[in-house]
Design a protein around this ligand. Structure first.
Ligand SMILES: [Zn+2]
Ligand SMILES: [Zn+2]
Ligand SMILES: [Zn+2]
Length: 255
């Protein structure tokens, strides 16, 4: 099964307009370094419809049937109306996030499902195991600036863990660590150089998380323009002995 990280960036993307930092300046010269906002795809399922979703779908060119949303921040949900190319979409998230998703649909279409479409919204309780199509999903809570959660997904005998945006508190959360332990693939956020408590991981904390989870393979994503340059991040991951990589846009992994 192919897991595609459609967008590897954080809320402002790279380059951020008018920013003159090293990453933004380099990316304007070399567009291959571009980081669009975070989103993930595998087997008809999309995690987080980012504001760059149109570009993602354009390149991915695959159908989306199910959408899981980690939280209601605009960089994770505001591309939702772009899903109007698909007649039947099921949305899954926690109640509060789902309300944001519905309000975006109402804003775009005047209703929660575009006319003659079959879009449906399904509430997930934290820690409740839910069967969604061929997936078994657990939505687990994380500490972030709004109500947010990650996902542990079992599909085709494989386990994929996705942190979503999370503060470094996740490193002390034994229940969540136990759930993610030994996953085949961990997608961990690595937003900043230094962690911000209650908000995002830093490089050190993201690597520490990867070590604790001990996944077969870890992909670090949701990387801010103000983080270290890509090759510096890769070197840090390599030196830490982690089996994995730092995502670029459209990085894909076979699990
Ligand atoms: Zn984010
Ligand atoms: Zn910048
Ligand atoms: Zn966020």
């Amino acid at each position: 099964m192919k897991v595609v990280i459609l967008g590897s960036g954080s809320y402002s993307g790279t380059p951020k307009p008018l920013c003159t930092c090293e990453n933004c300046s380099r990316t304007r010269i070399n567009p291959a370094l571009r980081r669009t906002r975070f989103s993930l795809y595998f087997e008809g399922a999309l995690i987080d419809p980012s504001p760059d979703l149109h570009y993602h779908l354009e390149r991915l060119n695959k159908s989306v049937e199910r959408v899981l949303i980690t939280h209601g921040h605009f960089d994770h949900v505001s591309g939702l109306p772009e899903l109007q190319v698909f007649k039947r979409v099921e949305f899954y998230s926690h109640k509060e996030t789902l309300e944001t998703a519905k309000s975006l649909a109402r804003l775009a279409f005047g209703r929660e499902s575009p006319e003659n479409y079959e879009w449906s919204y399904h509430e997930l309780e934290f820690w409740e195991e839910k069967r969604i199509g061929n997936m078994k999903v657990v939505h687990f809570p994380v500490v972030h600036t709004v109500k947010a959660g990650g996902f542990l997904i079992e599909v085709e005998g494989r386990k994929i863990a996705v942190t979503g945006d999370t503060g470094p508190e996740i490193l002390m959360d034994e229940r969540t660590l136990k759930l993610m332990e030994g996953a085949d693939l961990l997608i961990a956020e690595m937003t900043h150089r230094e962690a911000i408590s209650g908000s995002h991981l830093g490089v050190r904390e993201a690597i520490e998380l990867a070590r604790k989870v001990g996944a077969d393979y870890t992909v670090f994503a949701h990387i801010s323009h103000s983080n270290y340059p890509h090759e510096v991040l890769e070197k840090k991951v390599r030196e830490a002995g982690i089996s994995g990589e730092v995502a670029r846009d459209f990085t894909w992994v076979e699990v």
